[in-house]
Design a binder for this molecule. Structure first.
Ligand code: TRP
Ligand code: SF4
Length: 422
């Protein structure tokens, strides 16, 4: 198995991926999440980093945000729909919402021209709105957002080639622009914490697991551009300054019990409270005070005929804007977990865990958990056969797409009511 932002290969072992990447398993937080999304309940969202910050934010009335991005190098499909659903769920839970259209990435990495990235970018935006994105969201094209580009310059000052080689496998042949795109994405992720949006806050980034290297880099960079670095100690926090010890003197006014050393101070008291106050001082001094972003990771979408879904093979996936009848035909031809013959299937049952159709039910087509379980059991016991099962899936799909496409047309009429930087 190989998982990078540019390539996903082999059979994915998600438990192993969590371990290799140093993520946390998602289920450990489940019981603390009020009304979890179906992708959470069903283990499709399988990993996270620091999502506890978001759980705490949901259960308090502090301000927090959700942000993710889409690269406009092809039409939006059901893989993107997962990210869209996750963004919208967090918005409904109270997050300030940010969406990046990664046109710089599409231009640099995929060679798309700007008029194409502009046109495709709006296809994503229309689907987001059709799925329920609200009007107070901040939507932007990377190439038109100067704050994002400015921040990317600051961030790129903190990272060198050896590091990029280690994280992304870049070589001496890699273009500078492709390297800079990693700084742009880090900037997308930290953008919601800029002062114009009231400064530091917990931010969750819902993405596919292949995007994790970007999150690792961003979390590192976030702490490197901060003035203060904070470390847990018994009963409080140890604070260092990255810009000289005169910044440590500014902490005197906090009024906690403190021990001063030549290169750091130890402050004793409630850690969250101290952290928040130190961040405030940092902002007053012109720093960023970034909180390391949180993330959640969903599983990959399987191609209709097995293997990986690939935007260069339109037969391997269903787009959100394709003809519903055509889409329904594709499902009828999809790869299932069925047996070679009907009598074998009646005897041994099917294998829903290997079935693309069952994946469609789980990720998108069936909201009700009981209904999903029923299909699972009927498949396992050989009570239903694939023909009948696919027919139901293709009907649900056709219905969904018709409705979605109608809503997309409405969205097109209402685009001017959204704040979009393009
Ligand atoms: N690189 C992402 C992709 O290929 C798109 C993206 C751009 C993104 N900026 C982002 C994702 C910020 C999450 C957060 O799909
Ligand atoms: Fe998949 Fe349905 Fe066939 Fe089971 S019966 S293998 S869920 S298509």
């Amino acid at each position: 198995m190989a998982v990078t932002p540019w390539d996903v290969k082999g059979t994915i072992d998600y438990a192993k991926l969590i371990w290799e990447f140093g993520m946390q398993p998602f289920h450990e937080l489940m019981e603390r999440i009020p009304k979890p999304h179906k992708l959470m309940r069903r283990g499709v969202i399988f990993g996270h980093r620091d999502y506890w910050r978001i759980v705490e934010a949901i259960n308090s009335n502090r301000s927090w945000a959700v942000m993710s991005g889409f690269m406009p190098s092809g039409n939006p499909h059901f893989g993107h729909k997962m990210t869209m659903d996750e963004i919208i769920w967090h918005q409904k839970m109270g997050a300030k919402t940010f969406v990046a259209i990664a046109d710089i990435e599409a231009h640099v990495v995929r060679g798309m021209n700007w008029s194409k990235t502009l046109k495709l970018g709006f296809e994503y935006i229309k689907s987001l709105i059709a799925l329920g994105l609200e009007k107070d969201s901040i939507i932007y094209f990377q190439s038109k957002n100067n704050d994002v580009k400015d921040l990317a310059i600051e961030l790129s000052n903190e990272v060198n080639l050896s590091e990029l080689k280690a994280i992304y496998g870049f070589t001496g042949e890699t273009q500078l622009a492709k390297m800079f795109v990693t700084a742009i994405q880090a900037s997308d992720i930290l953008y919601p914490q800029l002062e114009k949006f009231n400064g530091p806050k917990p931010v969750v980034v819902p993405v596919g697991a292949d995007q994790d290297p970007h999150l690792r880099l961003t979390r590192d960079l976030a702490s490197r551009v901060n003035i203060y670095s904070l470390e847990n100690i018994k009963g409080g926090l140890r604070i260092r300054s990255r810009r000289g010890t005169e910044y440590l003197d500014k902490l005197d006014c906090l009024g906690y019990e403190m021990k001063k050393f030549s290169e750091h101070v130890d402050i004793f008291g409630d850690k969250n409270e101290i952290e928040e106050k130190v961040r405030k001082i940092e902002i007053e001094c012109g720093g960023f005070g970034f909180i390391p972003p949180s993330s959640i990771y969903h599983k990959f979408t399987t191609g209709l005929y097995g293997g990986k879904m690939s935007s260069s093979k339109p037969e391997s996936f269903i787009s959100l804007i394709e003809n519903p009848k055509n889409a329904s035909r594709k499902v009828m031809r999809a790869f299932t977990g069925g047996r070679a013959t009907a009598s074998e299937q009646r005897r041994y049952g099917g294998e829903p865990e290997k079935c693309v159709v069952f994946e469609m039910y789980t990720y998108h087509l069936i909201e009700n958990d009981k209904e999903l379980k029923e299909i699972y059991e009927n498949c396992k016991s050989g009570k239903i056969l694939c023909g009948q099962c696919k027919k139901l899936a293709s009907e649900l799909l056709e219905e969904f797409l018709k409705d979605h496409q109608e809503k997309r047309e409405e969205a097109e009429d209402n685009l001017n009511e959204y704040e979009i930087i393009f």
